[in-house]
Design a binder for this molecule. Structure first.
Ligand code: SF4
Length: 161
């Protein structure tokens, strides 16, 4: 996906704002609390991050991607992201999640445990509405797209710069 560099710059700047940092930190805490309460089954199957094999896709916003991107110790190249698309998985899947500490909210909510479907959907919807409202408050373009396509946009910009 081609993303206008100016839009990426606006997301990146917004992700560094006090509002975004506080909102995302609060959502992460709320997600962690709910996961502790619900105790979904996780057997480390890798289904949550092996998208194509398990018919699952991670969708999130440009602003959330910018938040994670800014915190990566090692950023994937465009080649890495394209290789992960071809492999059907996340570029950060390396045994477990190699960016666990800075993974986006959607990764924190999703568990393949079928019993988790109800509360997960409600929590995902609530978080999404808050992230949507954050875009409005910060006056940045709203784009909701597949994780790797957003990452490809950010990685392409690094190639160009
Ligand atoms: S960022 Fe981590 S948790 Fe999220 S899909 Fe990728 S490997 Fe999985």
């Amino acid at each position: 996906m081609v993303i206008d560099p100016e839009v990426i710059a606006r997301w990146s700047s917004a992700a560094a704002s006090t509002d975004a940092q506080a909102t995302i930190a609060r959502l992460q805490d709320e997600i962690a609390d709910e996961v502790r309460r619900q105790r979904p089954l996780c057997v480390s199957s890798g289904r949550c991050c092996g998208f194509e094999a398990h018919g699952h896709r991670l969708y999130l916003t440009g602003l959330e991607t910018a938040w994670t991107w800014a915190r990566l110790e090692q950023r994937p190249t465009l080649v890495d992201v394209e290789a992960s698309m071809a492999a059907g998985s996340c570029p950060f899947l390396a045994g477990g999640c190699s960016v666990h500490r800075v993974r986006p909210p959607g990764c924190r909510i999703y568990f393949c445990d079928r019993d988790a479907a109800g509360w997960q959907s409600a929590l995902a919807e609530r978080c999404h509405l808050e992230i949507r409202a954050l875009h409005d408050r910060l006056d940045v373009p709203y784009r909701y797209a597949e994780w790797r396509s957003l990452l490809a946009g950010f990685a392409a910009l690094e190639v160009a710069s």
